[in-house]
Write a protein that binds this ligand. Sequence first.
Ligand code: ATP
Length: 360
Amino acid sequence: MPPALLSIRDLGKHFGGFHALKGVSLEVEHGEFIALLGPSGCGKTTLLRCIAGFLAPDSGDIRIAGDSVTRLPPHRRPLNTVFQNYALFPHMSVLDNVAYGPRRHGVPRAEAAERAAEALQLVGLEALGARHPRELSGGQQQRVALARAVVNRPKLLLLDEPLSALDMKLRKRMQIELKHLQEKLGIAFVFVTHDQEEAMSMADRIVVMNRGLIEQVGSGTAIYATPATRFVAEFIGEANLLPGAPDGAGGLRLAFGTGAVPYHGPHPGADARQNHTGVLRPEHLELLDRPDAPGFLTERGVVEDVINTGGQTLVMVRVGDALLASRRLGMPGDGLNRGAPVVVGFRPEHLHVVTGEAPP
Ligand code: ATP
């Protein structure tokens, strides 16, 4: 098998006494769109900067197409980086900004201009080559930065929150454009974001990071439906967490309302010293019209809040000591008021169990 486009092995990085990367390993295939997702300070940018060569890791190895680049300076690595703040040259025309890279690599002026015009066409800015960056909107400047990054057709493009300076509408449009561009060019993208919707809608695989470690790598669907850890379950989307404990017979008992529900599905280990938590997504907790609804585990509760999120309704229900969320399509409907008694329930097959303690 040919080597992966990017192969990161056991990368470690300290800043003084602070351990920013604690042994990160990751493989990226040719043409893949990877999102690095995680809370502020989890090490996304540090990882990206190590790949780019702007930071030297303390330990570990980074290979591109099988060759170690760990000790190469940034400009000798076969990749390009797009930063959050575009970093365009203000005194140069848009075309010259894009042609700068090829020119620096010794490409003759006319050919560099031709390549730059082609790259500008890719991002839909062919008519604006003569302008200066200050004469462009934020979205257009971001497109120029992209054109500049892809003009040399690198195999790998690193992007550090490239859309975060844009307003929400433009950002959504650029997400779609960027994804199309990536597919058209066949360049692998490693894209840092702390916006899970952005990661979900764009990436082939999402790398969820937390405190300098990778918690899970998988498609958006996989990390939502089958989170590997309690952290991922809470970080991606919303989750009802049902604290659990081994039942002594290889299964678990999960607290639900005043009772406990038995759980015999797969879980990460029956080690009595570990804590297990049932994860139930709000769309799987249903409001039912009777407590003996077939196929459901049910409990009685009281509506504590009804939140209309436009097209969807989130109903917060107090069940025993727990406040659980139930989500459904459509408007709230009649009779669903604060204080109303309700029956909530879920199908046991929708439970997913992770290790880790649920909050008190
Ligand atoms: P954000 O989403 O806020 O950009 P991030 O996941 O990209 O966060 P990093 O920028 O990788 O986080 O930083 C990881 C940790 O390392 C943070 O706690 C940060 O304060 C620390 N750190 C990063 N760069 C340095 C540095 N040059 N010197 C000291 N500490 C640093």
